[in-house]
Design a protein around this ligand. Sequence first.
Ligand code: AMX
Length: 435
Amino acid sequence: MSKLKQKLAEKIPSYRERVTKLMKEYGDVVVDQVHIRQFYGGMRGLKCLTTDISYLDPNEGIRFRGYTIPEVLEKLPKPKGAEMPYVEGHFFLLLTGEIPTQEDIQDVVDEFKARNRVPHYVYDLLREMPRDTHPMTMFSAAILAMQRESVFVKRYNEGLSKMDYWDPYYEDALNLLAKLPEIAAYIYRMKYKADTPIASNPELDFGANFAHMMGIDHPYDEVARLYFILHSDHESGNVSAHTTHLVASALSDPYYALSAGMNGLAGPLHGLANQEVLRWIQHVMDKMGGKLPSKEELKKFVWDTLNSGQVIPGYGHAVLRKTDPRYTAQREFALKHLPDDEIFQLVSMLYEVVPPILMEHGKAKNPWPNVDAHSGVIQWHYGVREYDFYTVMFGVGRAIGVLSNIVWDRAVGQAIERPKSLTTDMLEKVAGIKK
Ligand code: AMX
């Protein structure tokens, strides 16, 4: 058994005890109330999910296993000479709650290496799809196609105790994660780079190997590590995490669950927003004949977008009420590595211009930028200009968090999800409306 799995196996019993105690002795304690607005308002703010892997504070932003983003970037071990930590180490942290040693990381690196061979039928499937298929559709289809490999399904069909569900879930999660960078890079090179895939280099870490397979030199390996870590998890109520959790709660295996989560990530209000930001910026640049707008001109573009009933992509958030620290981490990277990039200057100008306008507009509860307002510009700078592809990279990162979550879901015996719905008549009655 790998050290990672061993560590998990040691940790699970005490968590089970805590959950059993909460359920048995405190099961009736009230945590929150539900309001009519939440029935139609996307359950916003309703406290009814649990995860120990990350927590999103509205003002502070995300903490991964209790660590802020600057702490994660500082504390996690890095490949020799690298600026950004090992993605493998971040996965270890999310799964176990502990900062890994170099030795722990080597164990995860070896785990991934042993599982990274992508079945040939995945390439056949991708090649059969029309080339103008959205890369998120290809990515999700590739994940779903591999469902026949599920260890969970095999062991479940053989007769598996509920106490052991987490074990084959772990196997499926690792088998999947090890293959995602190669699948993503293959889609990119097939679709946008004249069908010239680059073979994986097993000597490289997760982030560096992705950069290598994309065909982009240093410091894109640093971008890849940063990007996958930042996008990994955002507690469990966002669409991609919640969908993955919901589908897995039916004991659908991790392939079904992750593919479903990716389909949710593909929505413009969620993970597709990074592509929308670049599309919006390109529209501005086109209208300006390729030159940067002045602040006054930019304000007009922002107002025109709002007045035509559209959202400003990359701004606002369902939970956050401050600038997203994932935005700040990327901004710091850009200030160091690409301060003179024109698109970065435009993104910086938007940071000055958009929040006061959204405040004046008076609708968005959070006028500050989220992660997606910044991720595209760094990709653009390093030559990934096919912005349709940005959400796929978000997906590779998000898989690290949501797969960790569903392994723990099974470990603590989370039940099949099944909330209760009411009719409009019933809600009117609850509200005291007489008809
Ligand atoms: N531009 C214009 N209007 C906005 C806005 C923005 N960036 N953000 C919110 N609003 C509007 C909403 O559309 C809503 O309008 P309505 O009352 O007419 O329906 C109103 O402000 C209140 O919304 P909210 O409570 O502040 O936000 P929410 O929780 O309903 O939605 C989010 C959150 C992210 C979907 C929304 O802010 C948005 O559409 N932002 C732009 C898209 C985006 O950046 N998405 C990525 C989010 C991060 C991620 O998941 N990757």
